[in-house]
Every structure is written in structure tokens, then in C-alpha cells.
Design a protein around this ligand. Structure first.
Ligand code: FAD
Length: 361
């Protein structure tokens, strides 16, 4: 008999988990969420992401394993599936010695290493020669990565799920067990709930994980083309600010970032921060404006998203809540895309195991 599953959440975590589950036989899946692809909301991180593959996970951790297991599927989409809105871009990581010990440099420690674990995973990893470095840059590495146009990729995930028989529903749950209420799943019995609620896992009844907090990311989306992705080890504007540039696939514009403001829920763009973001971006990447100032940036929109950062990293665990089997997949912080397939596969493995282990829970 098919197992009836409700996935709460239609961000990249919920959609990727539903997609991998839908490729297996024996599951009847409903994705139920407050926000769906097409929406832009401060409670919905996925549309705001760059999104690229630029691992910051530390070698030997589960997070590094999930990132590693995600490169293959993303590379495959970029190579073989243009409809997904994922393309290859070179990614340059610029390192300033003066940033050592700063919050960003600590966060990026593995990324800034001259020999990170992913050097053997992504193609063409190499150091840039000294003569290629811009003013103030002490060293740099470069590799082939991908950049995802989230406005194409999220609906593409929905469409793949629909083709595999997944049902989508708008629902807002106060408590995780509300996902088992009549009317959510077409079959009255729900066997398992998958919790992919991101930052809002901090508020969802039955979960209320207060170790999940926002790391506010402000961005400017412009029509200018950078031609490559760039990232800097730090900024001169304080520990909560960052500097990166990435051009999305298929006309998705170029994302200028950013910030990493922990504990900050502010949904509106800060105009002063926006100016600092643009100034840093044109300095790091003069090609954006042919060496001219920020007035030569052609702005599409300003944006703010909240990364769901969890103390202890992404939660992929199974649990029984009020007698109902639950598998969690939330709290990916700034890595929700680059860890998406690894995390979703780990969650699916737990779901597969759950039936055998039911008696032990
Ligand atoms: P979300 O996308 O927030 O989705 C949560 C879902 O749960 C939504 O559908 C919501 O409606 C639903 N939900 C929550 N609570 C309830 C409820 N009570 N009832 C019903 N539904 C509910 N990651 C990368 O890998 N690469 C990048 O380059 C990158 N860049 C980023 C740049 C910025 C500016 C930001 C903000 C993030 C970036 N990220 C990046 C991180 C990435 O966006 C997140 O890790 C990822 O989107 C989290 O996805 P999610 O599915 O867990 O959560």
C-alpha cells in the first residue's frame, strides 16, 4: 500500500525532497506551503538566493558531504537540462590578508583555503597568478561553478514534481500536526510529515526550534553583466557585510550582495547599505560598469532575504511528534541550493528507513 506523505514547505528544500521522493515508487506526496514559487516574501528565502555553488562547509562534516553530493546533480542540470535555468560560470574567490579573523573570513575559511575539499569536486580549480590580482587582493582561487536563476529553477522543480504525480496545496499550519488534518492529503491517513519550513521552523508548533535564526541578506539585482562570479573575503564596512557578484542563467540579471546580519528580521532594503553594496561590487568587478561608477548600474530591484541559519547546521533527523512520524530537513543557512540534493537524499534515506524502524521510534 502506498505511504501518504505531506511535505511542508515549497522552498528549495521541500521541492527537492518532494522531487527525489516522487521518483520512487510507493509514495503519494502532497507539498503544502504558505508560499510557493512566484511569491516574494520575507518568510520565503529561496527566491532571493543568488544562487550559486560556493561551498563554505568544513571538510569531514555532514555539511561537506551534502554539498559534495549536490555538485553532480547541479552540474548535470547545467550540462543537459537548459530548461532548469542553471548555467556554468567561473567563480573567483578574492582573499585579502587583512580580513583574517573577521566574521566573513571565518565563515569562508574553507572557501578561502588554497586547497579546500571541493577542489577535487568542481572542475578547473586553480590559484590565480599574482599578476591577475586586482589592487588590495593578496591571493585568489578560481573554479567552474554554477549559477541558478531561482525564478526559473523553483517553478521547474514544481513542474518536475507535478509530472511525477505530486499534489500542491496552499496551507498555513500553526502546528506541524495540522498537516495530518482531513483535507490536506487526498487519502485520509497521513503516514509521515516532512518538515521543510526553513526559518519558520522557529515558530511552527510542535517544532519551535529557537536555534534557527535569520541571517539577513540584502541584494541589488542589476541588468549589467559581470561575465563571471566573484566573492571577497571581507569588506571594510564591518563584520555584517559581504561582497559578491553573480550573473544568473537565462536573463535572470546579476545579483550584487550583500550582508549577513544575524538575528535581523528587517524585510525592507536599507538604502545606505544598498549604496555600499553597489560601490563594493563595481570596485571588485569594474567590468560591470566598464570602470565607471554606480550610476552606470541599471537596477532591476532591491531585495532582502533571510537565510535560515541553525546552530549545529541543517537538521536532517527523524522524530515522532504526537504519534506521527516526522522527518526534518531545515536550517540550511546560506547553503540551501548548494546542499539541496545532498540534504534531500539524506532526508529520503531517513523516510525509507522510517517504515522499518517505526517500532523503535
Ligand atoms: P524557504 O525557501 O524559506 O521555504 C520555506 C517554505 O516553508 C516556504 O514554502 C514557506 O511558505 C513554508 N512554510 C514555513 N512555515 C510554514 C507554515 N507554518 N505553514 C505552511 N508553510 C510554511 N544558498 C545557496 O546554496 N547558494 C547561494 O548562492 C545562496 N545565496 C543566498 C543569497 C541570499 C540573499 C539569501 C537570503 C539566501 C541565499 N542562499 C543561498 C540560501 C538559500 O536561499 C536558503 O538556504 C534556502 O532558500 C532555504 O530554503 P528552504 O526551502 O529551507 O526555506
Amino acid at each position: 500500500m502506498a505511504k501518504n506523505i505531506v511535505v511542508i514547505g515549497a522552498g528549495v528544500a521541500g521541492l527537492t525532497t518532494a522531487l527525489l521522493l516522487s521518483k520512487k515508487s510507493g509514495y503519494k506526496i502532497v507539498v503544502a506551503a504558505k508560499h510557493m514559487p512566484g511569491d516574494y516574501d520575507i518568510e520565503y528565502a529561496s527566491p532571493w538566493a543568488g544562487a550559486n555553488y560556493m561551498p563554505v562547509s568544513v571538510s569531514g562534516t555532514d555539511a561537506a558531504e551534502w554539498d559534495k553530493n549536490t555538485w553532480g546533480p547541479l552540474e548535470d542540470l547545467a550540462k543537459n537540462n537548459p530548461g532548469a535555468g542553471v548555467h556554468f560560470q567561473e567563480c573567483e574567490i578574492h582573499n585579502r590578508t587583512k580580513d583574517v579573523g573577521s566574521a566573513t573570513a571565518e565563515w569562508f575559511k574553507e572557501l578561502l583555503s588554497s586547497n579546500p575539499w571541493f577542489a577535487k569536486v568542481v572542475p578547473n580549480f586553480r590559484a590565480l597568478p599574482k599578476e591577475a590580482l586586482g589592487p588590495g587582493i593578496d591571493s585568489a582561487t578560481v573554479f567552474t561553478s554554477v549559477c541558478i536563476n531561482t525564478a526559473i529553477y523553483l517553478p521547474w522543480l514544481v513542474s518536475q514534481c507535478l509530472s511525477n504525480g505530486v499534489i500542491f496545496k496552499r496551507s498555513v499550519f500553526d502546528h506541524i500536526l495540522d498537516a495530518t488534518a482531513p483535507g490536506i492529503h487526498p487519502n485520509s491517513r497521513v503516514d509521515l510529515v516532512v518538515n521543510c519550513t526553513g526559518l519558520m521552523a522557529s515558530k511552527l508548533g510542535g517544532v519551535q526550534d529557537t536555534t534557527v535564526v535569520p541571517a539577513r541578506g540584502q541584494i541589488v539585482i542589476v541588468r549589467n553583466d559581470a561575465g563571471k562570479m566573484l566573492d571577497m573575503s571581507g569588506t571594510d564596512d564591518g563584520d555584517e557585510e559581504a561582497c559578491y557578484v553573480m550573473t544568473r542563467a537565462a536573463g535572470g540579471g546579476t545579483i550584487l550582495g550583500g550582508s549577513y546580519q544575524k538575528g535581523n528580521w528587517e524585510s525592507q532594503p536599507d538604502p545606505n547599505l544598498a549604496i555600499r553594496i553597489m560601490k563594493r561590487a563595481v570596485k571588485m568587478c569594474p567590468a560591470l560598469t566598464d570602470g565607471k561608477g554606480i550610476e552606470y548600474l541599471d537596477i532591476i530591484r532591491h531585495g532582502v532575504g533571510l537565510r535560515p541559519v541553525r546552530e549545529g547546521g541543517t537538521r536532517i533527523e527523524k522524530e515522532r511528534i504526537g504519534g506521527v512520524l516526522v522527518v526534518h530537513n531545515y536550517g540550511a543557512g546560506g547553503a540551501g541550493y548548494q546542499s539541496s540534493y545532498g540534504c534531500a537524499q539524506a532526508a529520503v534515506d531517513l523516510i525509507d528507513q522510517a517504515w522499518n524502524a517505526q517500532a523503535k521510534l
